[in-house]
Design a protein around this ligand. Structure first.
Ligand code: UD1
Length: 419
């Protein structure tokens, strides 16, 4: 298991390119199951979760490779194995997104139940509710979801109990090949859901309402080959903005779409960070001290749960008292204990972390517990005195493309120790 050693203190400076979005790439890769032909997917980040998805597609019988040019080519014509096994689903929850496409194309699927994870229980009841309203018979047995549609799926009106990103994506992929009209209400409208819907339309699907909470899908009989470029990763962009901010740096982000980051940009600006669009990209500077602020996570366009941990790193060294309230997941404060080991003053009150800024964090040995918590610890390490050792960095490798190289190019002292 690799670890990072970070010597804090350097103010980051320079230009960095934002990679393609992991959370958009995974569902779009899964959507390639639907067309039974070829898909070319560009700008998918080179991260473990993308590798795992390609492995899963190959296990299902697809051909899936990343070429020298970085584009991923997938052929699902011969795909014939309709099971997403436990050993892959347990390493990546997004594997459950095979359910909708397999069911839509083959009228059956067997997918391992993902179970809980480090940040919360994360049920999939809304995915299953959607599939059964489209006409699938669902049986849960021996840790697997077994779904079968006696006939082709048929359109229905489905109201999600809560806006779920994965649930919206899964049911959307099932509905595009269903007979008739499907109306999905109370959908998640994260940019990654929109990128999937736009990619499906590029394959010949008929989805309207993209970007709103109500999606209307007119089922089609078949889909065409896909040629798609994934949107930039707003969470990686937000993490790099936080890195510039926490170190008091001056960094320009290329391929950053600030309109997808409104809630984050607003919070960080209120904390004393200057963010401006320039011809070269989005420039981030922090001329003065960081000021305390408060945030509450929520479905898009609310503050993203995937940025909560990184903003908390900023709060630990901001002047005054900040709060971070997590409303999406019940256990997404695993980074708190590690930040405390670095000298942060944080008190947990139920769903809220109360953070009193300290003048300095101290380097320490800490452990990454999930993807975004790892990013939070890297940010803390960048400003801590002396050196910080972060173990279990594999969490970071799941979702950030060469983060340490990007930070090093900006002047950070980050070293990966291979073990
Ligand atoms: C969530 C985030 C997404 C983030 C991802 C990884 C939101 C709305 N979604 O997506 O931005 O990239 O985590 O950190 O912030 N739920 C149910 N039943 C279901 C599905 C979900 O009750 O069938 C609940 C979840 O427990 C959670 C909420 O709905 O409280 C949102 O979950 P969902 O959006 O599905 O999670 P992800 O798709 O994993």
């Amino acid at each position: 298991m690799d670890k990072f050693i970070i010597h804090g203190g350097a103010a980051l400076a320079g230009t960095v390119r934002v990679s393609g979005s992991k959370n958009a790439a995974l569902p779009i890769l899964m959507a390639s199951i639907l067309n039974g032909s070829t898909s070319v997917i560009k700008n998918a980040p080179d991260v473990w979760d993308v590798d795992t998805t390609l492995r899963l597609l190959r296990q299902l019988g697809a051909q899936a490779e990343r070429g020298e040019d970085g584009a991923i080519r997938i052929d699902t014509e011969e795909l014939n194995h309709l099971e997403a096994p436990y050993d892959l689903v347990k390493t990546m929850r997004a594997s459950v997104l095979t359910l909708g496409p397999l069911l839509a194309r083959f009228n059956q699927a067997k997918v391992s139940l993902p179970g809980g994870c480090a940040i919360g229980a994360r049920p999939v009841d809304q995915h299953l509710k959607g599939m059964s309203e489209l006409g699938a018979e669902i049986v849960l047995a021996h840790g697997y979801i077994k779904a079968r549609a006696p006939r082709r799926l048929r359109g229905a009106r489905i109201v999600f109990d809560t806006p779920t990103v994965g649930g919206t994506e899964n049911v959307l992929m099932a509905a595009v090949l269903a007979r008739g009209i499907t109306v999905l209400q109370n959908c998640a409208r994260e940019p990654e859901v929109c990128d999937l819907a736009n990619a499906l339309n590029a394959m010949g699907a008929k989805i309207s309402g993209i970007g709103t909470t109500d999606l209307i899908i007119e089922g089609v009989d078949e889909l065409k080959p896909l040629d798609w470029s994934i949107i930039p990763d707003r969470i990686e962009a937000g993490t790099l903005i936080a890195a510039a901010a926490v170190t008091g740096g001056d960094v320009t982000l290329e391929d950053c779409r600030p309109e997808m980051l409104t809630a984050m940009v607003k919070k960080v600006s209120e904390m004393g960070v200057l963010i401006e669009e320039t011809p070269k990209g989005v420039r981030v500077r922090r001329p003065g001290a960081l000021k305390a602020n408060s945030l509450t996570t929520g479905p898009y366009p609310g503050f993203p749960t995937d940025m909560q941990a990184q903003l908390m790193a900023l709060m630990t060294v901001a002047e005054g008292q900040s709060t971070a309230t997590e409303t999406i997941f019940e256990n997404r404060f695993m980074h708190v204990g590690e930040l405390q080991r670095m000298g942060a003053d944080i008190r947990l009150e139920g769903k809220t972390a109360v953070v009193r800024g300290v003048p300095k964090l101290q380097g320490a040995s800490v452990m990454a517990t999930d993807l975004r918590a790892s990013a939070c610890l890297v940010l803390a390490g960048l400003v801590a005195e002396d050196s910080t050792e972060i173990s279990r960095i594999y969490h970071l490798d799941r979702g950030y493309e060469r983060l340490e190289e990007k930070l090093r190019d900006l002047g950070a002292a980050v070293e990966r120790i291979k073990e």
